[in-house]
Design a protein around this ligand. Structure first.
Ligand SMILES: Cc1ncc(COP(=O)(O)O)c(C=O)c1O
Length: 471
């Protein structure tokens, strides 16, 4: 049975009517968080958590302008189910919050005409010759598993690729592993080197999976803030302060998501010296290695003495616009790689065969497409950075990836409020800096993996928004 309820909504806009408070059984409930939002043909649905930490489901029927709540029985049984789920789920799952990005995508899915600067993936299609290689391999019957490490041809191409770009040499037979995106390679690396109780130093703000990865592996993430005054480059001094006898590894990701920072050779060298001094393993996520603008990308394992203590993680998603193909790789000394492969063979078996064949084509003939996309990103980067600085959202120039990370401190809003209000009031999606760690407060991430026309329109809308919410 459904009950009609009185709901007070977010007042900034009529659209989507995000509930703020509602009356139910004589009690006023304050909405702490909208957990999930979805649309059905006649209604908008909100799953909410209240200040009392109870969850409710509210439905807004647009035709009749009515709010409805599920019957107390339904809520009670859901609460019971939730309790029992809580008992069933392992502590490591409870220790990790849901991704702060997901929530925004759930809201966006309920809205029309949103310009998204939210998603961290290329807006380009995979270059046609790469897709064709995948199609040909399917049509040719290549539909079986490959070897656990991935097809040798791809590992050989990768070995040449890394040697050509960075002068680092990896043996295709023993030191390269093809994975399901960098996502899998990252987890394999953590599973392979982290024991319960080990500490892993993670510079923040950082990609959303780093902390959960360390926790899932049984380790303890120790965060170090990459400061805006250092252009979000982490320093060896900042890291050294956090090193304890329990520190096993350092997990870095440059060019960085979300800040767009690229590390200078000098700063990386200092970190390398620190890793040697304290005998640390370095996990280096270099998925954006090809997306740098007017600066060099320094591959961590190419630094003096670093090859033997580095697990290099990279992939095809961003460089070749291949996010959906799920293709990545790890390069590491044979002993570490064998450990990773052990986890990989039991969890995944092998990366998708079709994607691996397409990956060979990408490495052999993808360079022109990479250059073309890079030129396009660079143009957008200049427009968005100039635009953000002009409208009062000061932005350190990002030298890599496809993200700008402007400060919102000229407004009176937290990064979460900024992102939510901007979405409801101007229909522009950005991601709050806090989705990438607490030190992201005061910033938002704007991805420029979207067309120039949309970027310019988004900047116009953001200008109006900033004027309205200026301190
Ligand atoms: C820094 C970073 N590492 C890893 C990934 C995951 O990439 P993949 O698609 O290869 O799993 C992403 C995706 O956004 C990322 O930004």
């Amino acid at each position: 049975m459904k009950h009609r309820v009185h709901v007070e909504c977010y007042s900034g806009s009529r659209y989507a009517e995000r509930p703020v408070t509602f009356e139910f059984l004589g009690q006023t409930h304050v909405v702490k968080a909208v957990v999930q939002t979805w649309r059905s043909p006649s209604a908008l649905h909100y799953r909410l958590r209240t200040e009392e930490d109870e969850s409710f489901e509210l439905t807004y029927y647009e035709g009749t302008d009515e709010w409805v709540i599920h019957s107390p029985d339904a809520i009670a049984s859901e609460a019971k189910e939730r309790r029992s789920m809580r008992e069933v789920l392992a502590k490591r799952i409870g220790a990790v919050p849901p991704s702060g990005i997901r929530k925004f995508f759930d809201i966006i899915a309920t809205m029309d005409d949103v310009i998204s600067l939210g998603v961290g993936e290329p807006d380009f299609d995979t270059p046609a010759h790469i897709t064709q290689a995948g199609i040909r391999s399917l049509e040719g019957g290549e539909t079986s598993y490959t070897s656990n490490a991935g097809i040798l041809e791809l590992r050989e191409e990768l070995s040449k690729h890394l040697s050509r770009l960075y002068g680092v040499n990896y043996d295709p037979a023993e030191e390269l592993l093809i994975s399901v995106g960098v996502s899998e390679a990252l987890f394999l690396a953590l599973l392979a080197v982290v024991d319960p109780g080990d500490e892993v130093i993670v510079p923040e703000p950082c990609f959303v999976s780093y902390r959960p990865g360390v926790i899932f592996a049984g380790g303890t993430p120790v965060t170090v803030e990459a400061k805006v005054e250092n252009q979000f480059q982490i320093t060896a001094d900042d890291i050294e302060e956090k090193i304890t006898p329990k520190t096993k590894a350092l997990l870095i990701g440059y060019p960085n998501n979300p800040t767009g920072a690229v590390m200078s050779r000098e700063r990386l060298g200092e970190i390398g010296a620190l890793a040697e001094k304290h005998d640390l393993i370095v996990l280096s996520d270099e998925i954006y290695d090809r997306l740098v603008y007017g600066v060099e990308h320094v591959c961590f394992s190419s630094l003096p003495n670093m090859r033997d203590r580095t697990i290099l993680l990279s992939g095809f998603s961003k460089t070749y616009a291949m996010t959906g193909w799920r293709l990545g790789y790890a390069a590491a000394p044979a002993e570490i790689l064998a450990g990773m492969q052990k986890a990989h063979q039991y969890i995944i078996m092998c990366a998708p065969t079709t994607a691996q064949v397409a990956g060979v084509e990408a490495l052999r003939h993808g360079e022109d497409a990479v250059e073309e996309m890079l030129r396009e990103y660079d143009q957008r980067r200049r427009v968005i950075v100039d635009g953000l600085n002009t409208i009062g959202l000061p932005c350190v120039e990002p030298k890599g990836a496809f993200y700008a990370f402007p400060s919102i401190q000229n407004t009176s809003l937290s990064s979460e409020e900024f992102s939510e209000k901007l979405l409801y009031e101007q229909k522009v999606a950005v991601v709050p800096g806090t989705a990438f760690g607490e030190s992201g407060e005061g910033f938002v991430r704007c991805a420029y993996a979207t067309s120039l026309v949309e970027i310019e329109e988004a900047l116009g809308r953001m200008e109006d928004f900033v004027k309205q919410h200026r301190k």
